[in-house]
Ligand binder design. Sequence first.
Ligand SMILES: NC(=O)c1ccc[n+]([C@@H]2O[C@H](COP(=O)([O-])OP(=O)(O)OC[C@H]3O[C@@H](n4cnc5c(N)ncnc54)[C@H](OP(=O)(O)O)[C@@H]3O)[C@@H](O)[C@H]2O)c1
Length: 345
Amino acid sequence: MIPSDCLVVVVGATGAVGREALAILESRGHPADRIRAVASARSAGSTIPYAGSAIQVSEAGPASFAGARVALFCATSDIARTLAPAARAAGCAVVDNSSAFRADPDVPLVVPEVNGPDVSRVPSPALIANPNCSTILLLVALEPLRAKFGIERIVVSTYQAVSGAGAAAITELQQQASEMLAGRAPQPKVFAEPCAFNVFSHNSAMDEATGLNGEEKKMISETRRIWNDPNVEVSPMCVRVPVVRAHSESVSVTLKHPASESEVREAFRGAEGVVIIDDRKGNKFPTPLQASGTDPVYVGRLRADPGSKRDSAGRTRNHCLFLSGDQLRKGAALNAIQIADLLAK
Ligand SMILES: NC(=O)c1ccc[n+]([C@@H]2O[C@H](COP(=O)([O-])OP(=O)(O)OC[C@H]3O[C@@H](n4cnc5c(N)ncnc54)[C@H](OP(=O)(O)O)[C@@H]3O)[C@@H](O)[C@H]2O)c1
């Protein structure tokens, strides 16, 4: 745990991830006077409710890190590139939620349940990158299978909440839903497509040469980096759905060693950060609403791929699952705070 006397700076404290980081620190009892909330000049002087009182937001700058031991960066990549060096120069460890440092070989990219020990391979004060939210949820869910059977290939389709695009996207979904129910045409601003009552290919930049959008590229490259496995095959299709928060993913995985369905289920027993919801009789499986505001990655629809051949013992290398997880918590703020916990150790 981050010690309660440790001054924590939350950069981007007014955004969707920053507010979640504050909510987690609040729920852990981290004292208000040991938190510094910073954001853009637009938010300077505003307040954020915290533990029955309020924390005042100040403008982020190189002086924001004086006396602090940990900075949780929950702002843009530009801000991270500009201010992370100032934070470290002030003796403050940095955990960054943006994509600024994720491809930097000198910066560990960490999911604590998967490659937590990587935090110790950098000098203090550390700079650690928090992976892409869809990748974190996927790798937490798959870690028990990777550990037991190895993983050769992943085919994944995402159902991503609008809040993955920040606080403004939440407002956009709420407003568009009201407008459309009132019979008015939606006016998209954050996304190019209407997000209420709609589903569309992920809004990150599309690479015309490969046909991959930015989110899909991140899922491929970050999985390989976190697993330290350049050969793992990852085939993603990333899509936005009209959900406020918590991403879901449909996953088909090819193991290195064949397993029966019951062996796969057994592998999830006691898995860190995973809760199984797989009630075939009641037709109950993970949903983003259920996952919202909670910490685990929920996994269900566990089954041996019906399209693949099985050996005489009922084993196959191909298995399927569905997951839901709150991308603002485990996909961002919570994972970052868990990294800070590891650094504090
Ligand atoms: N949303 C997710 O699910 C998710 C998941 C994983 C990673 N991430 C990453 O986390 C970061 C934050 O995302 P978000 O969704 O929380 O975005 P957001 O809701 O749009 O919040 C952005 C935050 O950055 C602050 N900011 C903007 N310009 C700034 C400046 N010049 N100086 C200091 N602060 C500035 C904003 O402050 P003002 O309010 O003052 O403008 C706000 O607090 C991004 O890098 C994103 O890619 C997001």
